[in-house]
Design a protein around this ligand. Structure first.
Ligand code: B12
Length: 212
């Protein structure tokens, strides 16, 4: 892997410099680095480093928003095509009530759509009731919850029992995002906790790790 250009992409993202980030993505792709690596080793690493700027003591909203814009610009550059006609199941994506982080959710939406899923976005700060109403109405096979703050964990635990009570007997519930991926599927009471969007898709298509 071309560590130097990945570092340059990370710097450009952290400076919120969208155009420099695009140029770095171009050179990474010319060097044969694929989209998965750019997202996991570039974008996620950059956002991990942004961590320090997201505390109560040091919090610069404008700076963080510019970084977010640069990240979503890069995602659009990596997945430019208009959505294909869906060929796979319906997935509902959301960040739950109290959680306004949506960059990860938006990446999940873009990549699952590009993969052929029919994706319905319930947005951020979404109450579990609204999530499940949408899942029933849209006949969803999968619910993808993105969680960046730990306070949503009790809500995540309620999703499967509440879904079953509404007759969604087969819906699969996936969890991901920085706060949720530190917990196990048992603790979160979900079917699978994904390390990345690619890991989540692998679970949906190949089953639990080790099963093929
Ligand atoms: C950017 C950011 C913000 C931005 C969000 C902008 C936006 N539109 O999303 C803003 C400035 C708004 C923000 C606000 C706050 N934030 Co903030 N934020 C972050 C930061 C720096 C990066 C998060 C991010 O976007 N990561 C990048 C994405 C791409 O990664 P990701 O979500 O993990 O997604 C990838 C995978 O995990 C996966 N994935 C994600 N979801 C899912 C779901 C499924 C199903 C699957 C399969 C895969 C998957 O796909 C992605 C690509 O692979 C984190 C630090 C960190 N290390 O995470 C803090 C962080 C999440 N924030 C935090 C806090 C405390 C806050 C605030 C409360 C700040 C404050 N002090 O007031 C507020 C309000 C929060 C609220 N009520 O929701 C804490 C949370 C602590 C905790 N554990 O509870 C963190 C960890 C920072 C910290 N160390 O304190 N924040």
């Amino acid at each position: 892997m071309n560590e130097q250009s990945l570092d340059r992409l990370i710097d450009a993202l952290l400076e919120g410099d969208q155009f420099r980030a695009f140029a770095e993505v171009d050179s990474l792709r010319n060097a044969g680095i694929d989209n998965n690596q750019i997202i996991i080793n570039g974008i996620e690493t950059a956002m991990g480093r942004l961590d320090a700027k997201c505390t109560l003591e040091q919090f610069n909203l404008l700076e963080i928003m510019l970084v977010g814009r640069a990240v979503m610009g890069v995602i659009k550059m990596l997945y430019p095509e208009s959505p294909p006609v869906p060929t796979r199941e319906t997935v509902i994506v959301a960040s739950l009530e109290g959680d306004v982080h949506d960059l990860g959710k938006n990446i999940v939406k873009t990549i699952m759509t590009a993969r052929g899923y029919r994706v319905i976005d319930c947005g951020k700060d979404c109450p579990v009731d609204k999530l499940l109403d949408t899942a029933v109405r849209e006949e969803a096979a999968i619910i993808s919850i993105s969680g960046l703050i730990t306070s949503v964990i009790p809500m995540v635990r309620q999703v499967i029992p509440m879904a079953r009570a509404r007759g969604l007997t087969k819906v699969k519930v996936l969890a991901g995002g920085a706060a949720l991926k530190q917990a196990s599927a048992d603790i979160l009471n979900v079917d699978y906790v994904a390390d990345s969007v690619f890991d989540g898709i692998r679970f949906l298509e190949d089953g639990p790790k080790g099963e093929q």
